[in-house]
Design a protein around this ligand. Structure first.
Ligand SMILES: *[C@@H]1O[C@H](CO)[C@@H](O)[C@H](O)[C@H]1NC(C)=O
Ligand SMILES: *[C@@H]1O[C@H](CO)[C@@H](O)[C@H](O)[C@H]1NC(C)=O
Length: 184
């Protein structure tokens, strides 16, 4: 199922008749250029594309009605991907319709991936290396190390799984001084 979402533009309510007339004229002049290319494929444009799995597409400036019926979007039109729930987009977030009828960055796949808890990506009295850099999504690996004078307790590596969970508990950095006190 293709899910489409729309960012509704809020209409300006006005009681000033002059302003209302002006707005009407603006709409009258803006409408043909906005609507005609959308419903006229011979005028150029790009065929609609599917959103990533677990995501949708934001169509700016279109009514709900237009979003349902549109097949071709005009050159220079930009679509934006949005992800459901606790997911973030990895890959291009925005695509623009090019004059040759293709979308930008089409060779780069966009995916909506679950985010693992961010608290794992920082460590008190230590450092965390996030690979690859960016939001901690499925496939991200964390490498933990402690500052001098601290000892790592727990595993020094954790992977973000496709369920959006880290596969190891967050380690801690214990002060060596405390250890020495524990052991007489
Ligand atoms: C579609 O666009 C073409 C070329 O711009 C034009 O000749 C034709 O009349 C248009 N058709 C409609 C239904 O607007
Ligand atoms: C991480 O821990 C493993 C075993 O617990 C160890 O062999 C490895 O050297 C450690 N890696 C780093 C970078 O400290």
């Amino acid at each position: 199922m293709r899910e489409r979402e729309e960012e509704a533009e809020k209409g300006t309510v006005t009681h000033d008749p002059e302003m209302a007339r002006l707005l009407f004229l603006i709409i009258l002049y803006a409408l043909p250029s906005l609507v005609v290319p959308i419903h006229n494929s011979s005028a150029g444009g790009c065929a609609i594309i599917r959103p990533p799995r677990d995501g949708g597409i934001r169509y700016r400036g279109l009514t709900q009605e237009q979003i349902r019926s549109v097949q071709i979007l005009p050159v220079d039109y930009e679509i934006e991907y949005i992800c459901r729930g606790n997911r973030v987009i990895v890959g291009p977030k925005v695509r623009k319709c090019l004059p040759d009828g293709t979308w930008t960055d089409i060779e780069h796949h966009s995916r909506c991936l679950l985010l693992c808890p961010r608290v794992w990506t920082s460590l008190e009295n230590g450092r965390v290396m996030v690979k690859p850099p960016g939001p901690p999504v499925e496939g991200t690996v964390l490498h933990y190390s402690c500052h001098a004078g601290f000892i790592l307790e727990g595993r020094n590596i954790s992977h973000c799984t496709k369920l959006g969970k880290w596969d190891a508990p967050k380690p801690t950095c214990l002060c060596e001084c405390l250890r020495q006190c524990d052991q007489p």
